[in-house]
Each structure stands twice: as structure tokens, then as C-alpha cells.
Design a protein around this ligand. Structure first.
Ligand code: ZN
Length: 236
């Protein structure tokens, strides 16, 4: 069948894309064999397609580059804040540790009597306290007192210990018996050494009155007012 050029050229897009029927394709091919005009039109379509492919490739490349840029921008925008957040976290943590340390060093904990292993009078007449293994203290107060109980008097040494919270957590107080000296030269008249818990120290002091004046002054504890608060750790 002889087809006119206008009909072939209408069919060319379908023929070019290979979607027309078999017979139609054969007829178009037959026409193209004998028609330079229509062949040129088909050639133009190939060229268009080539140009389009090229354009699409360039577009794809451009959007890939744009995507890459967006990604690296995003990465840069993410990394910097992450670094700043990390730095801030370190600063906050350090401040918290320092703050807690300052607070914990000011918290004075009571040391139970059982934490004291022994109070001993050494040959050089020094009085020393030894802690149980793993127990330590950071503060010590000791003084000579007269204990008056039921009208009887006894010369004693009264002492208390405490450990600050920080040292109790990290075991860095005095725990070596050699360093824990109560007195370097105990008075000969001292008959006993009594321990008072840190949280009961004020109560014992409140039961203490000074009698006499000057060199004759004595700090007398009313033993009947503080039953059970004085723990005898050593006596002659
Ligand atoms: Zn033609």
C-alpha cells in the first residue's frame, strides 16, 4: 500500500517508538525506503532523542551535585552543633563533679563506734586510734573532761570523729592508725578514753559545765544526763 507523506509523518512517532502494528510498520518502512523527506523526518527524531538523553543526563548530574552539596551542608550543620553539645556536656559534667565535691566535702558523716578498731596507749605515752579496714575519718576533736556520774568523778579523754561524704565515698581520709593520734602525751591522771558519735557530740557538750577558774577550771560532764552516749574505748 502506498501511503502519502502526511500520513507517514503522522505515524512516524509511533514507528520511531516501535509501538505501531506490524503491518503499519512494514508499510512505513516501505515508504521510507523510497522517500528521502520522511527518512529525514525520522532522522530528526533520532537526533531529538539523542539531545533529550544528553539533557536528561546533564540534569541528573546537576541534581546529583545539588544533592551532594545539600548532604555535605547538612553534615557540616549537624557536626558543629553536635561538637558544641558535647563540649557543653563535658563542661556541665565537670562543674557538677566539682560542685558535688565541694558539697560532699562539707557534709560531715557520723562514724559508728564499730568502725573504730582500737584506741591504744603507746610506749611513748601517745594515744592513738586505729580504724577498721576500709574505714576512714577526716575530722577529729578530743579534749580532757571530768565525767561525773552518780556523784563519782573520773578523768577521761573524750573524742569524736567524722568523715566527710567525699572522703567516705573515695576512701581518702586517715585510715592508717599511725596517723590517727589523739594526744601525743596523755596525762597520767586520765583513766579512760571515751568515744562520742559526731551526731551526739553537741548533746554531750550541752551536758558539760565548766567549774572553777583559771588553771583549776575543769569541764565536767553530767554523765547522768547523757546515758549511753559515751563509749569507753580504753581504760587504765
Ligand atoms: Zn514521504
Amino acid at each position: 500500500m502506498k501511503m502519502p507523506c502526511y500520513l507517514v509523518q503522522d505515524l512516524l512517532p509511533l514507528y520511531h517508538d516501535g509501538v505501531c502494528g506490524e503491518q503499519t510498520a512494514a508499510d512505513v518502512r516501505e515508504h521510507l525506503d523510497g522517500c528521502e523527506n520522511c527518512r529525514a523526518a525520522l532522522g530528526g527524531m533520532d537526533a531529538d532523542t539523542g539531545a533529550e538523553t544528553q539533557l536528561q543526563a546533564e540534569k541528573a548530574q546537576a541534581s546529583a551535585a545539588a544533592l551532594h552539596k545539600v548532604r555535605s551542608d547538612l553534615r557540616r550543620k549537624r557536626v558543629l552543633p553536635a561538637l558544641l553539645v558535647g563540649l557543653a556536656a563535658v563542661v556541665v559534667l565537670a562543674a557538677a563533679v566539682l560542685g558535688f565535691r565541694k558539697y560532699a566535702m562539707g557534709v560531715q558523716l557520723t562514724i559508728p563506734t564499730e568502725d573504730i578498731a582500737a584506741v591504744t596507749l603507746e610506749e611513748d605515752n601517745s594515744l592513738r586510734v586505729t580504724m577498721q579496714d576500709g574505714k576512714c575519718w577526716t575530722g577529729l576533736t578530743a579534749s580532757y573532761r571530768t565525767l561525773r556520774t552518780g556523784g563519782e568523778e573520773k578523768e577521761i579523754v573524750l573524742f569524736t570523729l567524722y568523715v566527710d561524704l567525699w572522703s567516705s565515698l573515695f576512701q581518702d581520709g586517715w585510715s592508717d592508725g599511725e596517723e590517727a593520734m589523739l594526744f601525743n602525751d596523755l596525762l597520767d591522771g586520765t583513766e579512760a578514753v571515751c568515744y562520742v558519735r559526731w551526731d551526739e557530740w553537741e548533746q554531750v557538750n550541752a551536758a558539760t559545765k565548766t567549774e572553777g577558774e583559771g588553771a583549776a577550771a575543769r569541764d565536767i560532764i553530767d554523765g547522768d544526763a547523757v546515758p549511753g552516749l559515751l563509749h569507753t574505748m580504753w581504760q587504765r
